[in-house]
Ligand binder design. Structure first.
Ligand code: F0G
Length: 359
């Protein structure tokens, strides 16, 4: 049986009208996988990872973009634009391509992961690289969309938030209940806003009895919400969330407060540690920004927060394949030897001895 596309499956909860084109490139319906090892180490009841990197362009952005682009087409737009740290631009470029739109993406020059740039290039977007950060890029595209008939497809566009909330629906549909805690990275703060809206809408519709505590995590060098003020020169290894003035700041704070959750921050070292643990212990290769959710969970667990008996979901927002540079610079390099049996055997024997010695 062919799966229903996102716009059809959750039509009753989305701004879909008879005029909305039901476009799809296979977004949504991403895996919710149970932890194999970290669950035990952290001591939580159940730990799940929502693999948003399994969306067609490799990140959660596709859920919101399919709605935003369908609505732009419905409204008669022939061009769309976004500012991006990379994933939004890849997604906008893909959905724009499907609909034959002209796509403009404005990105911070030299500061987006290589895979994301490659995507926008191949999807044939018009890429404008500025000498400035994401916050500046967003400021500029907001002005441009007021002057020209181009649809803004950043998460300031309410249709993006509507689409992204479907991930919360999927979690409740799969688990049969809402989790106790939802850990999620925070950059421009659209996604935490969207998930909260999804959980609230499902509760209002009688599909779940409870809502989770929303646990958002910014990167320490870009933690505007945690620090209570915009950061003019945000820094972090996690380029996707290198954002100093989140557009959905107030909505994220409301999600935090209404859900009884928190917005915290994690240092780059904690992000990279979680990034490697996730891959080495769970077989999940998320991008560094995605690992901020797991880093936040580990930080709380290590500081004594008790998750026993609790159902916890971490959102893995994008695939690690998008950022090969970080992978190569943080992992052990390959072992290089001569193309001879003996040379490889020596390495294997050493490795087996180490494994046998390990506790
Ligand atoms: N994780 C990934 C992989 C992202 O690409 C982003 C944001 C976030 C988390 C944070 O989500 O902004 O809704 O709080 N990326 C945007 C972009 C900013 O341009 O691709 P948020």
């Amino acid at each position: 049986m062919v799966e229903k596309c996102l716009l059809v499956k959750y039509r009753d909860f989305l701004p879909v009208t008879p005029q909305t084109p039901l476009i799809t490139i296979g977004e949504g319906n991403t895996p919710l996988v149970r932890s194999q090892r970290l669950e035990r180490e952290i001591g939580c009841g159940e730990l799940y990872f929502k693999l948003e990197g399994c969306n067609p362009t490799g990140s959660f952005k596709d859920r919101g973009m399919v709605v935003a682009v369908a609505k732009a087409v419905e409204a008669g737009n022939s061009a769309i634009i976004c500012a991006s740290t990379g994933n939004t631009s890849a997604s906008a470029a893909a959905y724009g391509a499907v609909c034959g739109l002209t796509v403009y993406v404005v990105v911070p020059k030299g500061n987006i992961a290589l895979g994301k740039l490659a995507q926008a290039l191949v999807y044939d977007a018009r890429i404008v690289a500025i000498d400035g950060n994401f916050d500046k890029a967003l400021e500029l595209v907001r002005v441009l969309t007021q002057k020209y008939p181009i649809a803004l497809v950043n998460s300031l566009n309410p249709h993006r938030i509507e689409g992204q909330k479907t991930a919360a629906f999927e979690i409740v549909d799969k688990l049969g209940v809402a989790p106790d805690y939802l850990f999620i990275p925070v950059g421009n703060a659209g996604n935490i806003t969207a998930y909260w809206r999804g959980f609230v809408h499902y509760k209002q519709a009688g599909r779940s009895a409870t809502t989770p505590r929303m646990m958002g995590f910014e990167a320490e060098g870009s933690a505007a919400i945690v620090k209570g003020k915009p950061i003019s020169n945000p820094k972090t290894v996690a380029s996707a969330i290198r954002i100093g003035n989140p557009a959905s700041w107030e909505k994220a704070v409301a999600a935090r407060d209404e859900s009884g959750g928190m917005i915290g921050c994690v240092a780059d070292e904690e992000i990279l540690n979680a990034y490697k643990l996730l891959a080495a212990k769970e077989g999940i290769f998320g991008e560094p920004a995605s690992a901020a959710s797991v880093a936040g969970l580990l930080k709380l667990a290590h500081s004594g927060h008790n998750f026993s008996g609790k159902r916890v979901v971490c959102i893995i927002t994008g695939t690690g394949l998008k950022d090969p540079d970080t992978a190569i610079h943080t992992a052990k390099p390959p072992m290089e030897v001569a193309a001879e049996l003996g040379a490889i055997e020596t390495l294997i024997v050493q490795g087996l001895e180490q494994t046998n010695r390990a506790p």
